[in-house]
Design a protein around this ligand. Structure first.
Ligand code: HEC
Ligand code: HEC
Length: 343
């Protein structure tokens, strides 16, 4: 079947059930499965991107959380906006419509159960407390839009946004108070306290927020906070995607790691020189977990880094003197291209 024919066929089939593509035809979508040509194959990724409205996606993300939590919610929000804007091939993905979700929350589809792609991201992957589902789900959606090298640059910025933003965003609080969010009844309609977590972990993000706000992790307010976080992260993902499309992502969101992290990454990054500290990887905020710098000052198992005594140099780095020079050099390189890029 030529591409052109396939395209027309898909359009004719309206919104296809993705379950059919996977061959898991249930009674309700068996009809769609029957009409698919036997040799049908979805197109290879990436599927492309067109500018989306971040505020619309913020509201979708909030709604998505109510049915599929943070991971499913942010994925659903971005993919739904893409499906509405671009259509094929985004309509190959199983995505209930916004109206279906709202109807369900209004009690119009009792007994119906929704399960979404990336829903496993809930509570830091199946409630395990690791990576927050909101950036996880959004990253999966971003992966559909652009070639993977671009995806990495966009997702890293989204992770950094997550570490630094005081959630929930003021816009989200405003939408809740003005009843602009889609769910017919909110878990909480209040303006909620805002706090940054300096971590991408659900465990830290929820814990710090609970500590700041005084709400328990099992409270309706905490759940509503996470619905708003889902919207905020989906909105930022789309802001970054729009910027990337226009070629100005560096202006819209320059990747600035914390001063601490940059100072650690002078030595600790994914590299080949073990003795110099290159036995780690990653760009998370180091100081959210590492405070005790005594290993650098005491008798080291590894005596030197770049020929300098690690104890003295890293000790100085911690009080921010000598490493300031190294830090500066690394920060400069960061703004162009991450020199210690992870593969
Ligand atoms: C000048 C290079 C350098 C800088 C800067 C540096 N480190 Fe290290 N670090 C090392 C080296 C080399 C080792 C290995 C020392 C050893 O095991 O004897 C090490 C070891 C460590 C260890 C492991 C300690 C252990 O018990 O095995 C941790 C954790 C660590 N660094 C964290 C950090 C953090 C966090 C920062 C930033 C605040 C930082 N380092 C900055 C070079 C550096
Ligand atoms: C979410 C918490 C967390 C963050 C954030 C974090 N680390 Fe670690 N790091 C750990 C844990 C846990 C270990 C393993 C136990 C240990 O050695 O203390 C570790 C180990 C290390 C080690 C020792 C080598 C190893 O693999 O055991 C180094 C060096 C290190 N981290 C550097 C860094 C640097 C640099 C950053 C920031 C770019 C960073 N860490 C961010 C938790 C974290």
């Amino acid at each position: 079947m030529s591409d052109l024919h396939r395209r027309n066929f898909i359009k004719g089939a309206a919104v296809l059930s993705g379950a059919a593509i996977c061959g898991v035809a249930t009674a309700s979508n068996a009809k769609a499965a029957q009409t698919l040509p036997e040799n049908f194959e979805p197109p290879a990724m990436p599927w492309g991107y067109q500018e989306l409205d971040p505020e619309y996606v913020r509201k979708l993300g909030h709604l998505g959380y109510y049915l599929e939590e943070c991971g499913g919610g942010s994925f659903w929000a971005i993919m739904t906006a893409l499906k509405e804007k671009i259509g094929y091939p985004y309509n190959l993905i199983p995505l209930p419509t916004k109206e279906e979700f709202i109807d369900h929350l209004s009690g119009k589809s009792k007994g119906k159960h929704y399960q979404g792609i990336m829903q496993h991201g809930v509570g830091g992957v199946a409630d395990y407390g690791s990576l927050c589902g909101a950036p996880n789900g959004a990253a999966a959606a971003i992966t559909f839009a652009f070639p993977f090298a671009d995806v990495k640059s966009i997702v890293k910025r989204l992770m950094r946004y997550y570490e630094t933003e005081a959630f929930p965003n003021a816009k989200s609080n405003e939408y809740a108070i003005n009843k602009e969010f889609y769910p017919p009844k909110y878990k909480s309609g209040k303006s909620l306290p805002r706090s940054p977590s300096h971590s991408v972990l659900c465990h830290v993000s929820v814990g710090k927020w609970c500590e700041t706000s005084g709400y328990a992790s099992g409270s309706k307010e905490r759940s509503e906070r996470c619905a708003r976080v889902t919207g905020d992260v989906a909105a930022m993902a789309v802001t970054l995607l729009n910027a990337h499309l226009k070629g100005n992502i560096e202006t819209v969101f320059p990747l600035k790691l914390s001063q601490d992290t940059v100072s650690c990454r002078v030595c600790h990054f994914k590299g080949k020189k073990f003795e110099a500290g290159q036995f780690t990887r990653g760009s998370m905020e180091c100081s959210s977990c590492h405070n005790d710098m005594t290993p650098h000052m005491g008798e080291n198992k590894l005596k030197t880094a770049y020929g300098t005594d690690v104890g003295t140099w890293a000790g100085a780095a911690v009080v921010g003197t000598v490493a300031g020079i190294g830090t500066h050099a690394v920060a400069g390189r960061f703004s162009k291209e991450d020199p210690h890029d992870e593969e």
